[in-house]
Design a protein around this ligand. Structure first.
Ligand code: CO
Length: 474
């Protein structure tokens, strides 16, 4: 055993801690406030992480919609604390941080500003793995001087096999990305598939590889351990109070698992315990529903429905909750009819909402605008072509876009400035507006009226003095 281990050349595994983004997005609906994060940032900076994922995904929307925080201010605050540790964000390719495709000029300016404000690593993915939807983001990120990472979206379907995922990674390499992430947002990759897929991508693409999975089905930790020897360089983990369940494997667990092996992270666990102790206290008031999001969810194995989708079903069904089994049967049917999209934002919402509508109102009696746009090609090329008769039955003679849809979108910046100029204090406000028009307009109006005062100074003072105060919810 010992001899065998020493035959492997040491290869230090880097850790990307996701607590500040995916950790709270997965377990507590993205509600962690900046005030509650600040007391732990200095210690996180000293922990020895390669990067912290702290921005993008649903955080931008949540800041404006629920927390009355300026997402740009949040990014700048992170940058003040993290100097050695790289700041990472997740962007949805041409869909940016939202649920629909944005014009190229908006994407380019958004990325330029995000890098200006302190972002180092931009992870981009497209829900359909349509590489045309990553062109603008990759180009803009490179131009802005960021490290751009292409995320291969993992899913299970009759058409998604290892050669298909390797081909996606190769296309990303050809586009000029700096690294590749194997992104398993539903937490369904099995340890042996993770091993084989990593080995295949490693052999085909000479770039750093990162793995991102969720503990939803209970397999993520094992998947990481099987993938690491095959060539994974960086793992995504979350601090234990916001780990496991629908979140990532725990940072402490993975570091301990790798200690003393050729893949030792070199991180001193004792530096993490005080951070987790603080965080465990800080998240108490958010009442995380661990019974829903915390354990192993066997549904994800039988229906491949990720945890977030299940809780949405409960909301959407309301008094019809007893029909949930029918909805779960309907999901794979809708997914097949829509050409097997991976279930990730925004396709997960489309498939989920349509499945609920099909059960409650009859199949495709009610069709959302998003599904209509999707069928008309606005979100890109589906993994399997959509049956023309099915498509026509829903969108009638609406023209189907074959080219990259963003080619057809008029520029958005000038019109946005006209619409929101009177409420803008910074250029970044324009981008908040373009990303989420109604929500941002309301936020900017309230700010102008002096109703938004998030005072972080007390939290920052306490952090300086080494006091980790726990604050009440806004
Ligand atoms: Co994730």
């Amino acid at each position: 055993m010992e001899n065998q281990e020493t035959l492997v050349p040491p290869r230090k595994i880097l850790v990307c801690d996701t607590t500040l983004r995916d950790g709270h997005q997965s377990l507590m609906a993205t509600r962690l406030t900046m005030k509650d994060m600040i007391p732990m940032l200095e210690q996180m900076e000293e922990a020895g992480f390669y990067s912290v994922e702290c921005w993008g995904g649903a955080t931008f929307d949540s800041c404006l919609r629920f927390l009355n925080e300026d997402p740009w201010e949040r990014l700048r605050t992170f940058k003040r604390y993290f100097k050695k540790t790289k700041l990472q964000a997740l962007l949805r390719g041409q869909n940016l941080l939202g649920y629909r495709p944005y014009p190229d000029d908006v994407i380019t300016y958004f990325i330029e500003k995000a890098v200006d404000n302190g972002l180092d690593i931009i992870r981009v993915f497209d829900a359909l793995n349509d590489m045309r939807n990553l062109e603008t983001t990759v180009k803009a990120a490179k131009k802005a001087g960021a490290h751009v990472q292409g995320a291969v979206v993992y899913t299970i379907s009759p058409v998604h096999d290892i050669p298909a995922f390797v081909a996606i990674a190769q296309q990303m390499y050809d586009m000029g990305v700096d690294s590749i992430c194997l992104k398993d947002m539903a937490g369904i990759i099995s340890p042996y598939i993770a091993r084989d897929l990593t080995r295949a991508i490693r052999a085909a693409v000479p770039l750093p590889l990162q793995i991102h999975s969720h503990y939803t089905s209970g397999m993520a930790g094992a998947a990481y351990l099987m993938a690491i020897p095959e060539g994974i360089d960086i793992i995504d983990t979350a601090l234990s109070p916001l780990a496991m369940g629908t979140s990532q494997p725990a940072t402490e667990t993975m570091i301990a698992s790798l200690r003393g092996t050729p893949y030792d992270t070199g991180i001193d666990l004792s530096k993490l315990f005080p951070i987790s102790a603080y965080l465990r206290e800080a998240v108490k008031k958010y009442n995380i529903k661990y019974d829903v999001v915390g354990g192993v969810d066997a549904n994800v194995l039988s229906y491949q429905v990720p945890g977030g989708m299940l809780s949405n079903f409960a909301d959407q069904l309301g008094e019809n909750l007893h029909r949930l089994p029918e909805v779960l049967d309907e999901v794979p049917k809708v997914r097949a009819e829509l050409g097997y999209p991976p279930l990730v934002t925004p396709s997960s919402q489309m498939v989920g909402t349509q499945a609920v509508a099909n059960v409650l109102a009859g199949r495709y009696t009610m069709v959302t605008n998003e599904v209509r746009s999707y069928l008309a090609g606005h979100y890109g090329r589906t993994p399997v072509p959509i049956d023309p008769d099915f498509r026509t039955s829903i969108i009638k003679d609406t023209p189907v876009v074959e080219e990259r849809y963003a080619n057809l979108l008029p520029p958005g910046l000038a019109d946005g400035r006209k619409a929101i100029g009177h409420l803008m204090e910074t250029d970044e406000d324009l981008l908040s507006y373009l990303a989420f028009p109604e929500v941002a307009e309301k936020f900017l109006q309230q700010r102008m009226a002096g109703k938004i005062k998030v005072d972080l100074s007390i939290a920052e003072e306490n952090a300086k003095e080494g006091k980790s105060g726990v604050y009440p919810l806004p």
